[in-house]
Design a protein around this ligand. Structure first.
Ligand SMILES: Nc1ncnc2c1ncn2[C@@H]1O[C@H](COP(=O)(O)OP(=O)(O)OP(=O)(O)O)[C@@H](O)[C@H]1O
Length: 227
């Protein structure tokens, strides 16, 4: 369960304070498939960055299960992120000099001390799941947008995270490929009870999720279950 209490975020812009989130109180259970929607600049990415432990709130508390992540120092936060959280971005963020296989392997080498055999098994299973086994030795610039995003999804899942945050994961993809990617994430959610939290403008994602949280000017104005 992700739960936060009175979370706010203020960015300091020189002399000016820009408040982008006010008194956020959200609870998201394990296995939920949730979209955060709202106009550009409403604070969606900020919420993802805070709940995803990439950034700290100015005020308030964020619990992921029993851990108050706002109390962790930078190293502890990075370790917590590595063990519990995966990220998918609209720009894929693959490492250009690494092959598909190596891109997926990267978080395991960075974070977890897994034996080579288990590492290989996990990567090969995921390559099959995202239907990229025959592309495993290619480099990112030799792939289509949809293929890159499938690699990014495999990379986000290789550490077996409890929660995946996806910031506009379909923004650079055509309709058909977007639908494939959404179905892939839905299947993973069902199989592993992985929580997926999207920040998106994409109607295809909005119609696929179970819950829609609307943000306007840093405030939740609507939170509804749709499935
Ligand atoms: N590091 C930062 N420093 C200062 N202001 C920031 C920073 N990051 C975001 N902002 C501002 O905070 C507000 C919310 O930004 P955020 O990216 O969370 O919105 P969003 O809803 O995800 O927008 P979009 O749909 O365009 O991606 C915006 O006004 C933005 O300019």
């Amino acid at each position: 369960m992700i739960s936060n209490q009175n979370v706010s975020k203020v960015y300091k812009m020189g002399e000016v304070d820009l408040t982008v989130l006010k008194d956020l109180n959200l609870q998201i259970k394990h296995g939920e498939f949730v979209a955060i929607v709202g106009p550009s600049g409403s604070g969606k990415s900020t919420v993802l960055n805070l709940l995803g432990c990439l950034d700290k709130p100015t005020d308030g508390k964020i619990f992921i299960d029993e851990t108050d992540v706002t109390q962790l120092d930078t190293t502890a936060l990075a370790n917590f992120r590595g063990e519990n959280i995966g990220f998918i971005f609209q720009s894929f963020n693959l490492i250009p000099v690494l092959s598909v296989y190596e891109n997926i392997e990267y978080p395991l080498i960075m974070i977890q001390n897994l034996p080579e055999k288990e590492r290989r098994e996990r990567i090969m299973t995921l390559l099959k799941d995202v239907d990229m086994l025959d592309q495993k030795d290619k480099f990112p610039d030799q792939l289509s947008g949809g293929q890159r995003q499938r690699v990014a999804i495999a990379r986000a899942l290789v550490t077996k995270p409890k929660i995946v945050f996806a910031d506009e994961p379909t923004a650079n993809l055509d309709t058909h490929t977007s639908n494939q990617i959404i179905t892939l994430m839905r299947n993973i959610q069902k199989e592993f009870n992985t929580t997926f939290i999207f920040a998106t403008h994409d109607e295809k994602i909005v119609t696929a999720v179970d819950r829609i949280i609307t943000l306007v000017d840093g405030v939740v104005t609507d939170d509804k279950r749709v499935a």
